[in-house]
Design a protein around this ligand. Structure first.
Ligand code: FDA
Length: 390
């Protein structure tokens, strides 16, 4: 029900992925929606996502591919708005797409098509855009939220997390949440490169070398490429594992995920005159083989090395421990882990239980997906859940 004094039925803060689909959904249900963003262009993160092609969903979306203090929270929104729903929308707009790998769907053309699609959907819902405007004070009195000169009985926090400030990301969502008495689970950078220092800094000399690994940290285990950088470790396997890593902990890298621990013993029988470095170089990039062989410090021909020592090296290469000294921070993080505590929200509507009319969606909320289209799927699903409730 709309209060007579309200200028709108809902004010959505943040014209990103979640905010735009939420606004369009509510607008197409007849709600008068104002969509506010301090950026002068909507959907800036969408534009640069997926290398400019937007990895807009993942067909393997499932709740266990999301991290949250409450792992069950995402189940309801994700099951009510699925990758198939978003694919249907994309196809209605004539956007061609393809699966790249691991269920990841990308536009054939450009991420601009996704932003244009969302804008068209907003236009179809009569959504009013207020771009290039700072949000300023948010008032709340007599059941109405006030932003600038606009008032509405519903306010949706869709301003995302603080990752990549130079794209306009801020912590506004957390400030607003705290102001309305909602808890915030400590935000930290995720899907982010890890940095190496001290004894491990020598691996930085391998900058540019990539290889397929299995990376492990906490409950996370990912088989994808890892990349050495001038600051430490990156590549999809490392970005994935960064979400599970905590300061002070080690990550384990299996450099030879297809080999049994005793493969070097077999290599010794096959090529007794080879050095360890040469044996490693048969399966790994040359420079990496050299560095690992130096670290293991087993000199001479395989024939002269005891089987036991070779089996031990095989085991070490299967779970090489790195102790990152940090991450490259919010400046380089694709997403933020943590955020508005889901305990305060309804998983059906995304509305705050104790503050009627206040909603939070998208990355602002403590739900973070794996790399590969999962985060956009969360933005769409949570946005639609709120849009249907406004
Ligand atoms: P989003 O960040 O999209 O939108 C928030 C909006 O709020 C922005 O428009 C911002 O300007 C506005 N805002 C912020 N503070 C404000 C303030 N103080 N006042 C007013 N407005 C404010 N995910 C994925 O699934 N597939 C992919 O391919 C990629 N690729 C990718 C690449 C890169 C480089 C990054 C940084 C991130 C990705 N992601 C991704 C993650 C994905 O971009 C992210 O999860 C979603 O954009 C989150 O959607 P939201 O709408 O919640 O926030």
């Amino acid at each position: 029900m709309t209060d007579v004094a309200a200028t709108h039925d809902a004010i959505v803060l943040g014209a990103g992925a979640a905010g735009m689909l939420c606004a369009a959904t509510a607008g197409q249900r007849g709600r008068r929606v104002l969509l506010v963003d301090h950026a002068d262009e909507a959907g800036k993160k969408i534009l640069i996502s997926g290398g400019g092609r937007c990895n807009f969903t993942n067909i393997d979306t499932a709740p266990d591919r999301y991290l949250s203090a409450n792992p069950h929270f995402a189940t309801s929104p994700l099951s009510r708005y699925t990758p198939a729903d978003f694919i249907a929308l994309v196809e209605r707009h004539g956007i061609a797409w393809h699966e790249k790998t691991l269920g990841q769907l990308f536009c054939d053309g450009s991420a601009r098509q996704i932003v244009a699609m969302l804008r068209d959907e907003c236009t179809a819902g009569g959504v009013t855009f207020a771009l290039g405007r700072p949000v300023g004070e948010v008032g709340h009195a007599d059941g109405l939220f006030r932003v600038g000169g606009a008032t509405a009985p519903a306010l949706v926090i869709a301003t995302g997390g603080p990752s990549i400030p130079k794209l306009g990301a801020t912590g506004l969502a957390y400030d607003l949440a705290r102001r309305f008495g909602l808890k915030v689970v400590e935000p930290r950078p995720a899907l982010v490169p890890l940095t190496l220092a001290g004894d491990e800094a020598l691996f930085r000399a391998l900058s540019g070398v990539a290889t397929e690994v299995e990376a492990r940290a906490g409950k996370g285990r990912f088989r994808e490429a890892a990349l050495f950088t001038h600051r430490g470790l990156s590549g999809p396997a490392i970005l994935q594992i960064s979400s599970y890593w905590r300061h002070g902990e080690a990550i384990a890298i299996n450099f030879l995920p297809d080999e049994a621990a005793d493969w070097l013993v077999a290599a010794k029988r096959a090529r007794p005159r080879a050095t360890l470095r040469a044996a490693l170089a048969q399966r790994l990039p040359d420079r990496l083989a050299e560095t690992l062989a130096e670290r293991v410090a087993l000199a001479g021909e395989l024939a002269n090395l005891p089987d036991r020592a070779l089996a031990e090296v095989g085991r070490r290469l299967g779970g090489w421990e790195f102790r990152p000294n940090g991450t490259e921070g919010f400046a380089k993080a694709e997403v933020t882990i943590g955020g508005i505590d889901t305990a305060a929200l309804s998983s059906r509507t995304m509305e705050a239980r104790r503050v009627p009319g206040l909603y939070a969606i998208g990355e602002a909320v403590d739900v973070t997906g794996w790399l590969g289209g999962y985060n956009f799927q969360w933005a769409w699903a949570s946005g639609v859940a709120a849009g249907l409730a406004l």
